[in-house]
Design a protein around this ligand. Sequence first.
Ligand code: SF4
Ligand code: SF4
Length: 191
Amino acid sequence: MSNPKSRGFFREAVALTSAVVRAMRITGLNLFRKPVTVHYPEKPRVYPDRYRGLLALTIDKETGEENCIGCRLCEFICPPAVIKVEMLKAEKRNYAKTFTLELYACEFCELCVQVCPTDAIVMTKSFDMATSDRRTMLLDKDRLHAIGLQYENSWGTGNRLRDMQAPPKKVAAPEAVEAPKAASAPAGGEA
Ligand code: SF4
Ligand code: SF4
């Protein structure tokens, strides 16, 4: 019969070997897995439709006019107060005379997008603005329009987001059931 010392050594050797085999199995499995690393920026990433990236201003594709009417709702709703808009009154519609957005302090909460009545401010499917100079992230109207043209816009627009939050539309009440006609008076009734 073997002594307890050699039994202990044997158990330890078995435990160690099985641990190494398990670890090697995981390594082996990962050798044949598809890599998840994307070689950005050589290979562009595919973002989901509702990705909330850089903010941008939009232009009406048909008329070429800017969609912003300078109403300042986005400025009033913005929690860190990073938007500043000056309205320019015009005959047919109003415009934003100036529009600035301090992107370096933006929380990406999307509230400005949600309140915009004309879908003028949107988020885009990009975060591509890494910089070591904060001043480049102070965006004016022209840069915001350029970002809107450069990157694909995200799904969320003010009108779509508000539609999602609206209470369900009222279902039309079923037509009143016609009351049965009163039975005709029995013949030979009251004279
Ligand atoms: S996403 Fe939020 S924090 Fe950023 S500008 Fe819009 S409202 Fe302000
Ligand atoms: S972006 Fe929209 S909410 Fe902001 S000022 Fe322009 S129209 Fe108004």
